[in-house]
Design a protein around this ligand. Structure first.
Ligand code: S3P
Length: 435
């Protein structure tokens, strides 16, 4: 790999061998920083995700008056309980992070002050009505572009009433947002999802002793009477980052990679199920549990892959891994169908269009649909000019496909990987060994 300004070159199909601990899980890191900020007391967080998304959440809790220090790789967060948050003087910049904006909207809807949430060009295009509508129903005063369907959002919070709400989309960000609002409401609330989405907020809050209870697809939330105390957490490795190495090992001949200490929450590892269905050789060895989250080592070896179908309720458990899985499909024999995944169009980029373009660039057939993709697997061609589309996961998907090919390919717009995995190229190069 050589990096030249905002481009990176990958290729050579060198077998990936060895062990890697990818950075701490992004979803868990956002929640850990936020819940530590709401705790009464000091928290020590280790292995917090290194990317810009979580850095945005950290900056915002500091703007809300919470003390955060970094010492020898640990994040030390000193919270004074939810009531000690204070009105921020400036705009809260969520950068590229949908989780930061949506989850904070729910927290701030309950705070008796004015907040303004904004973000980069990609985030300002993403749908916010899924949080602003129910939060307005609870009594928060929220405005924003297109009647609060788009950021920037202004929130004047406080005085929330309870809600019984059926979310129209299986979104963990929206669910978490409403849980944080409901903790600040006058009476018990319940929030129901149409399908299971990642459940980190529920697991972590229950482990901390917050008054919430899960019954199938419904979360029951009572008003918070006392803040939880400070806590310690070693954030497990991010399965969504690990998925790129899992696919890279599965498609690069001779590979055997161990992904260490990965969060193996069942709502996050749908990609392993999909890869196994495609014929991948994968083992999971559970190693422990932290704050309700199971952890394990994942071993992946190269094998010939077959096409598959991914749809229905499986989609929320693989939604962030579809860019990586699409590359597995490109190297597989047969036609892979991905359906019921309309949410892909409103992620950090329109991932339906972005994946289609990159698969075509690799010399393969790919059709885009409103809710997914048809990918005609075969023999991808090196020598392509691939693009990130300003999306960290598309950049890494392009990189693993390029790596598995004999000749070099370029990925343009590479710098965006810093959103979730700043050292991705270095870790890939280390697993591949000397050129
Ligand atoms: C996330 C939830 C998912 C996921 C996103 C992170 C979270 O989005 O795609 O990258 O941390 O809650 P949804 O809100 O669509 O589930």
């Amino acid at each position: 790999m050589t990096a030249l300004e905002n481009e990176a070159v990958f290729g050579g199909a060198r077998a990936l061998r060895g062990r890697v601990r990818v950075p701490g899980d992004k979803s868990l890191s956002h929640r850990a920083v936020l819940f530590a900020a709401l705790a009464k007391g000091g928290s020590r967080l280790r292995q917090v995700a290194t990317g810009e998304d979580v850095a945005a959440t950290r900056r915002i809790v500091e703007q809300l008056g919470v003390r955060v220090r970094e010492k020898r790789g640990e994040l030390l967060v000193t919270g004074g309980g939810i009531d000690s948050l204070r009105e921020p003087e400036g705009v809260l910049d969520c950068a590229n992070s949908g989780t930061t904006m949506r989850v904070l909207a729910g927290l701030l809807a309950g705070r008796p002050f004015l907040s303004v949430l904004s973000g980069d060009g990609s985030l300002r295009k993403r749908p916010m009505a899924r949080v602003t509508e129910p939060l307005r129903l609870m009594g928060a005063t929220i405005d924003g572009r297109e009647h609060a369907r788009l950021a920037p959002l202004t929130i004047r919070g406080g005085g929330l009433t309870a809600i019984e709400y059926a979310l129209p989309v299986a979104s963990a960000q929206a669910k978490s947002s409403l849980i944080l609002a409901a903790l600040q409401a006058d009476r018990p609330s319940c929030i129901t999802s149409p399908a299971l989405s990642r459940d980190h907020t529920e697991r972590m809050l229950m482990a901390l002793g917050a008054p919430i209870r899960v019954d199938g697809l419904t979360v029951h939330v009572d008003p918070l009477t006392t803040s939880w105390g400070g806590f310690e957490l070693d954030v497990p490795a991010d399965p969504s980052s690990a998925a790129f190495f899992a696919v890279a090992a599965a498609i690069t001949p001779g590979s055997e990679v161990v992904l260490e200490s990965v969060a193996i929450n069942p709502t996050r590892i749908g990609f392993i199920e999909v890869l196994r269905r495609m014929g991948a050789d994968i083992e999971i060895a559970p190693t422990g549990e932290v704050l309700g989250e199971p952890i394990g080592d994942i071993t992946v070896r190269y094998s010939r892959l077959q096409a598959t179908r991914i749809d229905g309720d499986e989609i929320p458990s693989v939604i962030d891994e579809i860019p990586a899985l699409a590359m597995a499909a490109a190297f597989a024999e047969g036609v892979t169908e991905i359906r019921d995944a309309e949410e892909l169009a409103v992620k950090e980029s329109n991932r339906i269009g972005a994946i289609q373009q990159e698969i075509i660039q690799l010399g393969l057939g790919c059709e885009a649909h409103r809710d997914g993709l048809t990918i005609r697997g075969g023999t991808p061609q090196p020598g392509s000019m691939l693009k990130s589309h300003g999306d960290h996961r598309i950049a890494m998907a392009a990189a693993i496909a390029a790596h598995a090919l004999d000749g070099p390919s370029t990925v343009r717009g590479w710098a965006v990987v810093s959103v979730s995995y700043p050292s991705f190229a270095e870790d890939l190069a280390r697993l591949a060994g000397p050129e």
